[in-house]
Design a protein around this ligand. Structure first.
Ligand code: ADP
Ligand code: MG
Length: 392
């Protein structure tokens, strides 16, 4: 059984501070900390002006940052061997390439937003698995964003946090060149402990939904299939295009404003299935919130099952490893399970009674071994707090 532990915050912060000292030979001014996330339900709904319901993980990325007297930027990571160094003014769409673009892109986006960002040294480290569909990219962006916001004197009001979320989205889409709909950055900056965050991408609002798992004896178990999801290989963009075509065919601004009767009249079979996923998934998010608020976990389980089937059959973003993780979890007694994140690999999420967690993990490990899949990793998704700065 391989579990990815979140680490103790004080120890992770100490590690990032000493990593900073080793990399740059000086002391960091401030540390920003931002969580990864797991989405409970509502997949590929963000760019369709829909709803989603993510939870912030206890696993987070920390960014230790110090101001420089010149316009240079140096960025290093405990997860990547190659640091990046360049001029502040050289950062922009497509530059730098590679992992540093997510961090450098935030500096560019904040400058584009009119903020006076100085030259900086940045060192990042953390416990969010990279490329597992748990949003290490947004954790990286948001950890840098909150640290830099603090350095330039921005108070973390709701308006400022919304601005930071938008800057992080711009960093990822425009500088890193990776498509993202905004869910990851929003939950990393707005989550509350013990809660999921209901995000409405039509009204651009979010609200916390209490997630009383522990009193019900339940846990959220995440399984990383270790199948790298490559969002940039065109499949994500192809799904977006299908959704735009569906909305155009239906004559609505977005699929948020479509209904299933209309969707069934779409003549193109593939476009019809894509739209059916999005429209039914948005309604499942609303139903899941009602079920969670009523502590009706059996209903949550049914919605997870329907959501997974919709992603597998209609949206076609699952893969054998995800299907195996989900069906094995349910067979081993999970209340419900589904793939989570953008798809084509990444992770699954299951609601499991505390006493069944071990049995579910063992069953998934055994089934993966029998199928010849890579050994999966698991983590407990205790609903955690949003990003912030750690002073000291
Ligand atoms: P996910 O967000 O699901 O983890 P993405 O493909 O969106 O997957 O983002 C993963 C990428 O983000 C990594 O390949 C790397 O380029 C960058 N990244 C995330 N966290 C870190 C980190 N701690 N150090 C360096 N790069 C990171
Ligand atoms: Mg990501």
């Amino acid at each position: 059984m391989a579990f990815v532990e979140p680490g103790v915050t004080a120890e992770v912060v100490d590690a990032v501070r000493s990593g900073f000292r080793n990399a740059f030979g000086r002391v960091a001014d401030v540390v920003g900390r931002a969580p990864g996330r797991v989405n409970l339900i509502g997949e590929h709904t963000d760019y369709n002006a829909g709803l989603c319901l993510p939870v912030a993980l206890p696993h987070a990325t920390c960014a230790a940052v110090a101001r420089r007297d010149d316009d240079r930027v140096r960025i290093a990571s405990g997860q990547e061997p190659r640091p990046w160094e360049g001029d502040l003014g050289s950062i922009g769409p497509g530059h730098p390439a590679g992992w540093a673009s997510y961090a450098a892109g935030v500096l560019w986006a904040l400058r584009e937003g009119g903020h006076d960002v100085p030259g900086l040294d940045i060192y990042v480290d953390g416990t969010v698995p990279l490329g597992a569909g748990l949003s290490s990219s947004a954790a990286l962006e948001c950890s840098v964003a909150v640290a830099v916001a603090h350095l330039v004197g921005l108070e973390p009001t709701d308006a400022v946090l919304r601005e930071l979320a938008a800057a992080c989205v711009r960093a990822e889409t425009e500088v890193a060149g990776a498509p993202t709909g905004g869910m990851d950055q929003t939950v990393s900056l707005f989550a509350r402990p013990h809660c999921a965050l209901l995000i409405d991408f039509d009204e651009h609002t979010s609200r916390s939904v209490e997630l009383d798992l522990a009193p019900a004896g339940l846990s959220l178990l995440v399984t990383d299939t270790r199948v790298a999801h490559a969002l940039s290989d065109g499949s994500y963009a192809a799904r977006r295009t299908d959704c735009e075509q569906a909305a155009a065919w239906l004559g609505v601004a977005s699929l948020r404003h479509a209904d299933l009767d209309g969707v069934e009249r779409i003549d193109d079979e593939r476009i019809r299935r894509r739209a059916r996923h999005v429209v039914s998934e948005i309604s499942r998010v609303g139903l899941a919130v009602a079920a969670i608020e009523a502590a009706d976990w059996a209903q949550v389980g049914r919605l997870f099952e329907q959501s997974h089937a919709s992603m597998r059959d209609d949206f076609e973003i699952s893969c054998p490893e995800l299907d195996t993780a989900v069906s094995t979890a349910v067979d081993a007694g999970a209340v419900g399970a589904r793939m989570t994140g953008g798809g084509f690999g990444g992770s699954s999420v299951a609601v499991v009674t505390e006493e069944r967690v071990d049995a579910v993990v063992r069953a998934i490990d055994a089934r993966f071994a029998a199928q010849g899949f890579r050994s999966p990793r698991h983590l407990r998704a205790v609903p955690s707090a949003a990003a912030g700065v750690v002073l000291r």
